[in-house]
Write a protein that binds this ligand. Sequence first.
Ligand SMILES: O=P(O)(O)O[C@H]1O[C@H](CO)[C@@H](O)[C@H]1O
Ligand SMILES: [Mn+2]
Ligand SMILES: [Mn+2]
Length: 394
Amino acid sequence: MFNRIHLIVLDSVGIGAAPDAEEFGDAGTHTLKHTLNAFPVKLPNLESLGLGCIDTLPGIGCPETTEAFYSKMQEVSRGKDTMTGHWEIAGLNITEPFKVYPDGFPEELLDKIKKATGRGIVGNKPASGTEIIKEYGEEQMKTGDLIVYTSNDPVLQIAANEDVIPLEELYEICEKVREMTKDPEFLVGRVIARPFTGSSKETFTRTENRHDYALEPFGKTVLNALEDNGNDVVAIGKINDIFTGSGVTDSVRTKNNMDGVDKLLDVLDTDFNGLSFLNLVDFDAMFGHRRDPEGYSKALEAFDERLPEIYSKLREDDLLIITADHGNDPTYKGTDHTREYVPLLIKAGRDMNYKQIRQSNTFADLAATIAENFNINYETHGDSLYQELTADEK
Ligand SMILES: O=P(O)(O)O[C@H]1O[C@H](CO)[C@@H](O)[C@H]1O
Ligand SMILES: [Mn+2]
Ligand SMILES: [Mn+2]
């Protein structure tokens, strides 16, 4: 038994096309391999854990003995978005894909939004968030309209210049839109506030005041089971939003990847019994969707450099799990997520017989593992890896 499990999701760090990638239009994608090919960096700490043993990766070797259990996991849910990935990690199987809006949102919904907010709407199409503010930002400065857009993900995003629509108002608008889009007719997975600053299309920049409004998870997650059992569930970064606080006992906001690691280090210094759950979103939001392999590689390098600090705070009875929620190959066409395997690296605070472990057919194996570790009865389609990790403990 481990007293504390620390789960880190490297948002979008996929490790090769999943067997069903073609159904998602993603055959041949490979976030890690293609990123490292396009902009080679060394990742010595991830290499020691066994990252390069999961799949052949440029510049990353596979040491004879690794410092972690290693494997990869396949997603079973019918979706490749962040909520689906995280909810599956937490034990659910999303069999019905979320609704997406490739032609924009229906007029009826737009009318409801206009009526409720007293503001006009521009955009209303799938777009890249940095491009759409260039396209409509100057117009918004004159009209005060909302820039509404979506993507291949089940999201309704509202971009607004902080000087034109104050942050509090944007958040209120998003809360109203969140309520409207719980209606099955206009169902949306996540409403996202996308504030930005600047005075011209050359200077518009998105701020760190992004806020996500998800749906309640569709079933009981292992987070709920932990909470019910009296364990702590410390959400760091976007995790609280992704689960709408359900099953979360403490939550810590973060500004970016490095701040996320800093906040995890703070959490590692506290006494708790249960799960810490961190999402590092920059890989996805700043580099994957932006199709920027150089930025992506540098972000991987920056995370890799922080690993020894994390290890230094691990206690004997701690378990560190590093994984991802989907891919987002920055060398692939378009700007959307990619259907990929995700890496799985598991390291304890004490010496273990690290080796390759079985490949998971579902991310929910993690939920089952967490439940077994804390001796909790939790029903999931996933199978626990706990016995395999602890079978011949040193
Ligand atoms: O292009 P931006 O605004 O970054 O949007 C991206 O961010 C959304 C949420 O992570 C994704 O669905 C994708 O559309
Ligand atoms: Mn994600
Ligand atoms: Mn994304």
